[in-house]
Design a binder for this molecule. Structure first.
Ligand SMILES: *Cc1c(COP(=O)(O)O)cnc(C)c1O
Length: 386
């Protein structure tokens, strides 16, 4: 191992977090719903066309509130892709729904929207598109299908804050959007955190009640009622003020943070293109109309059997690269609670081929150059004849 190890990811830190946290401490409203939570929510709401944002403890809790708002009954179904973090699906399974998995689009590893309609049954309640790696799903197609069938769309934009689709922020297009500020995402609220975006006006009142632990405390706070009462189910997913104070300076540094990451992402793409042209690997295609946030940089080895060898080759040279998710549908629990509809042409194969290269805000170009050189060396002399 070399002395300095280049990790796959590091949390974003701007250096301005402590000043905001110090300020938050003086407000004595550490439980949340204070100054910094309001600032973060306003920042999110500025990207929405109406609607309401809540900053929360995690994207998982945002997805759980979404599942409650979808009014799921046991046996109801949600349509998802298998290449995602378990939370995307767990949040709905906890509330009794069965995940119905469809195949992936080969270019983006997002859900293949042409497979959605075949998976719809009378029990289908929602479609949950995941913007994998911060690259947008074909939201026009998803929304059109949802409209035709009267389904709710919950965007899992966990990785995608800072990315857009046809000029609209990811997470603001579906009826509900869920964002993560966990440390591996582009923006972080100190390691854990998330947000729920309520884009559909008719869901706002109940969303607030669930967020307020099942009460109309929101109305009470605004002086609209004299008491607040227990009205519905609810959860405590409130982000603390310290977390919100950590997050706010990062949101203020948007769009520079994703812009810098996109610069690194494009350098990888350009420098590794000869490998793709030689047919030994494949990189994502960012669809027209999408601006991604460079959440991660992935490529797929055409020969999946060599992935372990690649990861070891890089690790021996002080560079940590990694696979990402194991497909949910073929996992033990996925087989028990869900089913796959259609043919698995991309999911299992792509999950076995994928590798993430180091990409984070502090990654220096000189370090990235080392990563690029080593990756080129792995295939050196074998295939680069074009
Ligand atoms: C990170 C992630 C989540 C979970 O986010 P948390 O904030 O950790 O709960 C859900 N879905 C996807 C696609 C993710 O990448």
């Amino acid at each position: 191992m070399s002395e300095t190890v280049i990790p796959t990811t590091l949390p974003t830190v701007t250096g301005r977090e402590m000043v905001a946290i110090q300020d938050a401490l003086t407000t004595r409203t550490l439980t949340g719903k204070g100054k910094y939570s309001a600032l973060c929510q306003s920042w999110l709401e500025a990207s929405m066309t109406g609607g309401k944002a809540f900053v929360l403890t995690s994207c998982t809790s945002a997805l759980e509130i979404a599942a409650l708002l979808a009014g799921l009954q046991p046996g109801d179904e949600v349509i998802v892709a298998s290449y995602t973090y378990v939370s995307t699906v767990n949040a709905f399974v906890v509330h009794g729904a069965a995940p119905v998995f469809i195949d992936l689009d080969d270019a983006t590893m997002n859900m293949d929207v042409t497979r959605i309609e075949a998976a719809i049954t009378p029990r289908t309640k929602a479609i949950v598109p995941v913007h994998y790696a911060g690259i947008a799903c074909d939201m026009d197609a998803v929304m059109a299908i949802a409209d035709r069938h009267g389904l709710m769309v919950v965007e899992d934009a966990a990785m995608a804050c800072g990315g857009t689709y046809k000029g609209r922020a990811l997470g603001t297009i579906g009826h509900l959007g869920c964002i993560s500020f966990q440390e591996k995402k582009v923006f972080t609220s100190g390691g854990q955190g998330g947000a729920l975006l309520i884009n559909q006006q008719s869901l706002a009142a109940r969303a607030e009640i669930i967020y307020e632990h099942g009460t109309n405390r929101g109305q009470f706070t605004r002086g609209e009622v004299n008491f607040y009462r227990w009205l519905d189910v609810g959860i405590n997913a409130t982000m603390s003020e310290v977390q919100a104070a950590f997050l706010y300076p990062q949101l203020q540094a948007a769009p520079e943070i994703p812009a810098h990451r996109r610069h690194l992402w494009s350098r990888y793409y350009k420098r590794l293109l000869p490998l793709m042209q030689a047919g030994v690997m494949q990189m994502p295609i960012v669809p027209e109309g999408a601006v991604h946030n460079a959440a991660v940089f992935w490529f797929r080895l055409k020969d999946a059997a060599r992935r372990g060898e690649f990861i070891k080759f890089m690790a021996d040279r002080g560079i940590i690269t990694q696979p990402q998710f194991v497909p949910l549908y073929s996992s033990l629990f996925g087989q028990k609670v869900g089913r796959f509809v259609g043919e698995d042409r991309v999911t299992t194969r792509s999950a076995a081929e994928i590798v993430l290269l180091p990409l984070y805000s502090e990654l220096a170009e000189e370090q990235q150059e080392i990563v690029i050189q080593r990756a080129l060396e792995f295939w050196n002399g074998v295939t680069l004849k074009a």
